[in-house]
Design a protein around this ligand. Structure first.
Ligand code: NAG
Length: 224
C-alpha cells in the first residue's frame, strides 16, 4: 500500500476510527509493536480515566494533583491509547519501536507531549513527509521500499521529538527529546507553554507510575 492510506487517515481520521491502530501506517515493514497483550494489565482499572482538567503540569510539590497521583503499576503504554483526542499520536507511539519501548519501560520516566488530533491533521505537511525528500526525489518520494523507509524515518523523528525522557519535568528545565531537540516549558497566564514554539499544554491527561501524558494544542517543530 502507499502512503496515501496514511494521508487519508490524517485528513479524515473519523473514517478510520473503527480500524485497528495497526492499520494506521500500513505501508511500514515492521510489525506495529512487539508488545504482546497483557491481559492482566488490560483488566486493571485505569485510575486516571476521570482525571480532572489539570491546568498546569505538576509543580514539584504535586499540590495540584490530589485526585490523580501516580500509583500502582499502571504505566504509559497502558494509558496512551485511552483518549480519542490524541489517538493519532498514540498510534505513532505504538508504531515507532524506540518510543513504544520507552513507554513500556517501567523504570524509565517519560513525559509524552501528545498533540491533539486536530493539530496533527492541520500540519502543513504530514508527519512522515519531508520537503527535502520531495525536492530530491519528486512526487514519488514515498513510493516503494525506499519510500517506506523514508516515511518511517520521518515519522520516527516527529514522534521522538514529542517524547521527553524525564518526569517530573520541572518548569524551566531544559531537556533533550528522544529526537535530540531541546525543550523547556514555562507557566504563562495559568497555562504551561512549551518552548521553543510557544505550544500550549491543554492539560495533563494521565499521570502514571513511569510518567505523564500532556495534551498539546499544537505540534512541536521537529525539523532536523
Ligand atoms: C519517576 O516518577 C515517579 C512518579 O512520579 C517519581 O516518584 C520518581 O521520583 C521519578 N523518578 C525519577 C528518576 O525521576
Amino acid at each position: 500500500m502507499r502512503p496515501y492510506s496514511l494521508a487519508a487517515y490524517l485528513v479524515a481520521p473519523a473514517v478510520f476510527l473503527a480500524s485497528s491502530q495497526a492499520q494506521l501506517i500500513p505501508f511500514f515493514n515492521k510489525p506495529s509493536t512487539s508488545r504482546q497483550p497483557d491481559l492482566n494489565r488490560q483488566k486493571r482499572p485505569i485510575m486516571d480515566a476521570n482525571a480532572p482538567n489539570i491546568q498546569l503540569p505538576p509543580s514539584s510539590s504535586n499540590d495540584d494533583t490530589p485526585s490523580a497521583p501516580p500509583q500502582g503499576d499502571v504505566i504509559l503504554s497502558d494509558v496512551i491509547g485511552n483518549s480519542r483526542q490524541i489517538n493519532i499520536f498514540a498510534g505513532f507511539t505504538r508504531d515507532i519501536a524506540s518510543v513504544a519501548t520507552r513507554l513500556d519501560a517501567s523504570i524509565l520516566n517519560t513525559t509524552v507531549l501528545a498533540p491533539i488530533n486536530s493539530a496533527i491533521s492541520a500540519l502543513p505537511r504530514k508527519p512522515w513527509e519531508d520537503p527535502r525528500d520531495y525536492a530530491e526525489l519528486g512526487a514519488s518520494a514515498y513510493e516503494g521500499q525506499g519510500g517506506s523507509d523514508r516515511a518511517s524515518r520521518n515519522l520516527r523523528r516527529f514522534t521522538e521529538a514529542h517524547v521527553v525522557p524525564a518526569s517530573p519535568w520541572k518548569e524551566g528545565e531544559k531537556v533533550k527529546t528522544l529526537a535530540g531537540t531541546e525543550l523547556r516549558w514555562e507557566s504563562r497566564g495559568g497555562k504551561a507553554v512549551i518552548m521553543p514554539g510557544d505550544v500550549e499544554v491543554e492539560r495533563v491527561m494521565s499521570r502514571v507510575a513511569n510518567g505523564e501524558v500532556w495534551m498539546l494544542k499544537g505540534a512541536l517543530n521537529y525539523a532536523a
